[in-house]
Design a protein around this ligand. Structure first.
Ligand SMILES: *[C@@H]1O[C@H](CO)[C@@H](O)[C@H](O)[C@H]1NC(C)=O
Ligand SMILES: *[C@@H]1O[C@H](CO)[C@@H](O)[C@H](O)[C@H]1NC(C)=O
Ligand SMILES: *[C@@H]1O[C@H](CO)[C@@H](O)[C@H](O)[C@H]1NC(C)=O
Ligand SMILES: *[C@@H]1O[C@H](CO)[C@@H](O)[C@H](O)[C@H]1NC(C)=O
Ligand SMILES: *[C@@H]1O[C@H](CO)[C@@H](O)[C@H](O)[C@H]1NC(C)=O
Ligand SMILES: *[C@@H]1O[C@H](CO)[C@@H](O)[C@H](O)[C@H]1NC(C)=O
Ligand SMILES: *[C@@H]1O[C@H](CO)[C@@H](O)[C@H](O)[C@H]1NC(C)=O
Length: 664
């Protein structure tokens, strides 16, 4: 049985790890010495050459004098000599570990983001800043929102660009169309989309199955403090974890061509239209162009990357050019654009599907989602998170708001200071990423992860200091049976959820047996018991991970590998607030080695905060979460999102705008 599982897993897991260490991996050189300076200098040298030929061919110097030619040659010779000596010298200089570099960059990016996130100091300033960013006035009620945010000490006042990004495409649809599509989406329970409506300043929700009631109930609770500021309106909330809206490139292009609201000329503040509450049954009657039955398709348990995951990528993108690859080896060209060596360097770019065709085989959501009813139409659906290139409107999930999972250390389960925690990376969770039939579990991130840390028989690439000096690094292959000699301790296993029978879930027949034998199953450990470990792995489930907030709030370091992105994505900076891991997992061991080993223990170059780099990330994430990811921040985000939605669906939206009456 073991052979079967191992052999099959090899398809998607082990060989990826193995491939990473050898020549297949094109982008990190075997020895990470001064390649960057070398490249830079080669470029300089090439440019010098280029300059030179331009010089001699230049029309102005049609027949350069002999002297000029000698001079030019001499200049070229000197430049070449100089670059060579420079590169020789620089090759001897210690070269930082890529993670040192990534952390330094993250520090700067996060500072820059925070600075621009709140630049205004008054309602007038915020109104002007809004206009500057979006070329239109804020929606009506902006003053109420501003008061709400200021009273709750929001760290972010001006940067809500995520809202703009999510709602942007919907300006191409008429307000009446948006209302109609909303009404149609919620009209059929099969769609698994639930109506949340505001009437007379009170929020309420439509019919929902009991297991998913917490979602909309929590949402209504989240709105309690500000619903009376909202106009009458309807929203369609996706009650599945999986996102829904994937619009093909050609359709989007057509939509982009429709004239959009660009006005910024409103001269006075105008209130919402009257009679916004149109009864749903009137709306969803035969007037529409789309029938409710045809809105969504059932694609549960089906491979869907081509049909949905990458449909909105331009035809020229890599995802459409590379149609086949060997899933048993790491697709380095797919990872390279967002990587530096083995490490994930660009968290934002990593959330684009267009250069990553191999994702198709590497996530439960693309391989076999459990409850998946997507559409290729641009429908206004509010979702808790979205996969790359999806167009769901993100909103703060009630999951963390109503403490379905929370950070709550107790006397018996303390969260000790980082330095006294166990030097171990910990993960527990269920087999919930997707539904496994025909072996699809072998590509899922959770399964690949547990297998990799618990059963891998292969050696893994780890970037380590060379014997000559701590600051020069080499990729070494470490056999898995030796990882304990290197400080790479992990503790990962599948476990049952509280209140459920111990069982491998979301699988069919043989797939359940194979997983049960291969992975075993542990009893659920107390969620609050995890704070004893320095490093906590965070992986997607069927949708976003509900544990990430508590992980951030703790004194431990979250390691996050994720396809899904949530409302707060732009507020966090990878390598500053958490440690990003590529979904291919190929840099995992080397990243753990960096933080858990001796490498991460010096942090002299950075100005403030703990010297241990792991502790630095743990404390940065914790401090920022306490400031910008509070429950208040979820309310503030949702409030602003719904004001925007209110305007978007208002027939007079082109005139609607909040503008402070100036004293003149
Ligand atoms: C907008 O209209 C509502 C009722 O329709 C009213 O209560 C509110 O005072 C108005 N706000 C402004 C700024 O005119
Ligand atoms: C639907 O169509 C009927 C007849 O064409 C019209 O009277 C009615 O106002 C329309 N309803 C909506 C909500 O547009
Ligand atoms: C969706 O499709 C799956 C697989 O064909 C099927 O098992 C499931 O019952 C369907 N769900 C609905 C709601 O139709
Ligand atoms: C802590 O553990 C002790 C003994 O194991 C138990 O009596 C006590 O109720 C626990 N306290 C909490 C808050 O769980
Ligand atoms: C795999 O997990 C089991 C059970 O937790 C543990 O005993 C074993 O040492 C693990 N193997 C490795 C290689 O980590
Ligand atoms: C993984 O390791 C566990 C514990 O060491 C063992 O029981 C299980 O059979 C192994 N699975 C595979 C697929 O090798
Ligand atoms: C798991 O829990 C059950 C009962 O809740 C207990 O009988 C069993 O021994 C536990 N297993 C382990 C490995 O702790």
């Amino acid at each position: 049985m073991d052979m079967v599982v191992t052999g099959a897993l090899a398809l998607s897991c082990i060989n990826i790890v193995r491939a990473t260490g050898n020549s297949v991996l094109a982008f990190p050189p075997t020895t990470y010495t001064s390649t960057l300076p070398l490249v830079v200098l080669q470029v300089i040298s090439a440019l010098a050459h280029y300059d030179f030929s331009i010089l001699t061919n230049n029309a102005i110097i049609k027949s350069p004098s002999r002297l000029l030619r000698y001079l030019a040659f001499a200049a070229f010779f000197i430049i070449t000599l100089w670059t060579l000596t420079q590169s020789a010298r620089m090759a001897e200089l210690p070269v930082p570990h890529p993670i040192d570099n990534l952390m330094d960059i993250a520090e700067k990016q996060s500072d820059a983001w925070t600075r621009q996130a709140t630049t205004s100091g008054s309602l007038l300033g915020a109104t002007q800043e809004y206009h500057r960013r979006h070329n239109r006035f804020p929606p009506p009620g902006f003053n109420d929102w501003y008061d709400y945010a200021i009273k709750r000490h929001s760290a972010v006042i001006d940067d809500f660009d995520t809202i703009n990004e999510d709602l942007g495409p919907f300006w191409a649809l008429k307000p009446s169309e948006l209302r109609l599509l909303t009404a149609q989406a919620v009209s059929d329970p099969w769609n698994e989309v639930v109506l949340v409506k505001i009437r007379g300043g009170t929020a309420s929700f439509g019919k929902v199955i009991p297991t998913h009631k917490w979602m909309v109930e929590g949402l209504v609770k989240m709105m309690r403090g500000f619903a009376f500021h909202l106009p009458d309106m309807d929203m369609a909330f996706n009650i599945n974890d999986e996102p829904r809206v994937a619009v093909p490139y050609s359709k989007l292009r057509k939509l982009r061509r429709t004239p959009k609201y660009e006005s910024g000329t409103t001269k006075k503040s105008i209130n919402w239209s009257a009679n916004r509450a149109i009864p749903l049954d009137v709306l969803s009657s035969s007037n529409g162009t789309v029938t409710p039955q045809g809105l969504f398709d059932n694609w549960s348990f089906r491979k869907n990357f081509r049909r949905f995951g990458s449909v909105n990528c331009p035809p020229s993108s890599y995802v459409h050019r590379l149609r086949t690859w060997d899933p048993t080896i790491l697709c380095t060209s797919c990872a390279a654009p967002h990587s530096e060596g083995l490490f994930l360097s660009d968290w934002t770019l990593a959330s684009s599907a267009c250069h990553q065709p191999d994702l198709s085989d590497l996530h439960g959501f693309y391989l076999s989602p459990s409850a998946y009813k997507p559409t290729n139409e641009l429908l206004p659906i509010f979702s808790q998170s979205k996969a790359p290139n999806y167009m769901d409107i993100r909103y703060p999930s009630a999951w963390n708001y109503i403490d379905k999972v929370n950070y709550n250390p107790t006397i018996n389960h303390t969260d000790p200071p980082f330095s006294v925690k166990q030097n171990v990376l910990f993960w527990r969770g269920g087999t919930t990423e997707g539904f496994s039939d025909m072996g699809t579990w072998m590509g899922m991130v959770r399964q690949r992860f547990v297998h990799m840390v618990n059963n891998s028989t292969m050696s893994m690439p780890v970037l380590q200091p060379t014997s000559e000096g701590i600051s020069v690094y080499t990729y070494n292959q470490i056999p898995s049976n030796q990882v304990e000699h290197h400080p790479l301790l992990t503790n990962a296993a599948f476990s049952t959820s509280v209140g459920f029978a111990p069982d491998i879930t979301r699988c069919y027949g043989r797939d359940c047996d194979l997983q049960a034998t291969g992975f075993g199953l542990h009893n659920q450990s107390d969620f609050q018991d995890q704070w004893r470990y320095k490093f906590l792995m965070d992986l997607d489930g069927a949708g976003f991970s509900g544990r990430f907030f508590p992980f951030l709030q703790s004194h431990s370091v979250p390691f996050k590998a994720a396809l899904f992105r949530e409302w707060y994505d732009s507020r966090l900076t990878a390598w500053k607030h958490f440690v990003p891991i590529d979904l291919r997992l190929h840099g995992f061991w080397s990243t753990v080695a960096y933080f858990a080993g001796s490498l991460g223990n010096h942090r002299d170059s950075l100005a403030s905060g703990p010297k241990d780099r792991g502790e630095f990330i743990a404390e940065s994430g914790r401090a920022w979460a306490a400031k910008a990811l509070r429950k208040e921040d979820m309310e503030i985000y949702l409030f602003r999102l719904l004001l925007e939605w209110g305007r978007l669906t208002d027939d007079r939206r082109d005139e609607l705008g909040f503008q402070l009456q100036s004293s003149s």
